[in-house]
Design a protein around this ligand. Sequence first.
Ligand SMILES: Cc1cc2nc3c(=O)[nH]c(=O)nc-3n(C[C@H](O)[C@H](O)[C@H](O)COP(=O)(O)OP(=O)(O)OC[C@H]3O[C@@H](n4cnc5c(N)ncnc54)[C@H](O)[C@@H]3O)c2cc1C
Length: 351
Amino acid sequence: MTGILAFSLASAEGLPRSALELVAAAEQLREELGDGIVQVALLGPDAASYAETLIHHGADEVLVASSPELQSYKTELILAVLETAIEQVSPAVILFPADTVGGEVAPRLAYRLGVGIVTDCVGFEVEPPPSSPPKLGGKEGGQSLGGERGGGCIRWLRPVYGGKAMAYMVAKGPLQIATFRQRAFEPLPEDTSRQGKVQALQVELEPALAQVSLVEEVREEVEGISLDEAEIVIGGGRGMGGPESFSELETLAEILRGAVGSSRPPADSGWVPHAKLIGQTGKILSPSLYIAIGISGAPQHMAGISAARTIVAINKDEDAPIFKVAHLGVVDDWRQVIPALIRACRELVGD
Ligand SMILES: Cc1cc2nc3c(=O)[nH]c(=O)nc-3n(C[C@H](O)[C@H](O)[C@H](O)COP(=O)(O)OP(=O)(O)OC[C@H]3O[C@@H](n4cnc5c(N)ncnc54)[C@H](O)[C@@H]3O)c2cc1C
């Protein structure tokens, strides 16, 4: 049976939402391959306490390694656990979140296993299995999963050229590794009647193996929903004119239960904290809705938001490049539009 293994690192703060998103992605993949089992390698200081949650959201089997040593940047220890999990369950596909941990661990794992990796994915499709055995290095270069058990070739979808285009990628080899952007998949609804298997991974962790340790973590205090997790993101650009204007965006975000981000000029000018920067050198997001206000739509900015399902642009220049990618656009001064939008949204939510 094709094992689809999702990786998750639970921190002291809890299980990241990406864990549930990856289980949903694995479940969809299992369905499209027509075969398989959804497994999770769950690591972290208190990992065992989250195993049931993963089963209730679609996992069939959870392989747990609980240890205070298993935390961000302890890449070598995480890899040791993963290698044990892989030996134990021989998965055909391994999914990682495209976050700091996934970005550190997944490429190293691919190198160690000598297999292909596709990073930053937002989707996939499964080609029907060929009638004759697939040719490695052929036109597509891929290999079908599951062989005679009926699996197909997975084509991983990811943004390319700074988000200006989407491309399907195929990785060679019977084992595939992919990292997924946040919010590319919605978690499956919770079903507390679901049953699954929980197995402890027996790994001797040698703390000395870790080459890097976290000395100090400096965090911005986030009030409300964090930018990474927000389903609705409101981005302000140079056209906002100054720091005080961002309070209007915060008001709108509060009503819509979203989060505020920015393009580079507001972050560089200190109008907003640097953690709000969206783009090539900032956060890469995949919200359901992105409202870009006073943002021209430079490629470096769009690289961070091209996977948004719907983009709405408010800009006073009708020739602004953002209108080429926006699904909806308002050509006007934001000072006219935002107060009216706030009023309308308040009425809608009965605030
Ligand atoms: C190596 C490199 C990396 C970069 N990385 C990033 C990155 O990660 N993220 C990023 O954002 N940028 C990045 N940039 C910068 C990027 O190239 C653009 O300069 C930047 O995105 C422009 O920001 P903006 O759209 O807010 O400003 P502008 O391009 O100046 O656009 C402002 C817009 O606001 C509109 N406007 C003005 N007043 C109003 C008003 N009252 N109402 C409505 N609309 C109004 C204008 O018509 C204009 O379209 C990078 C650049 C380089 C070279």
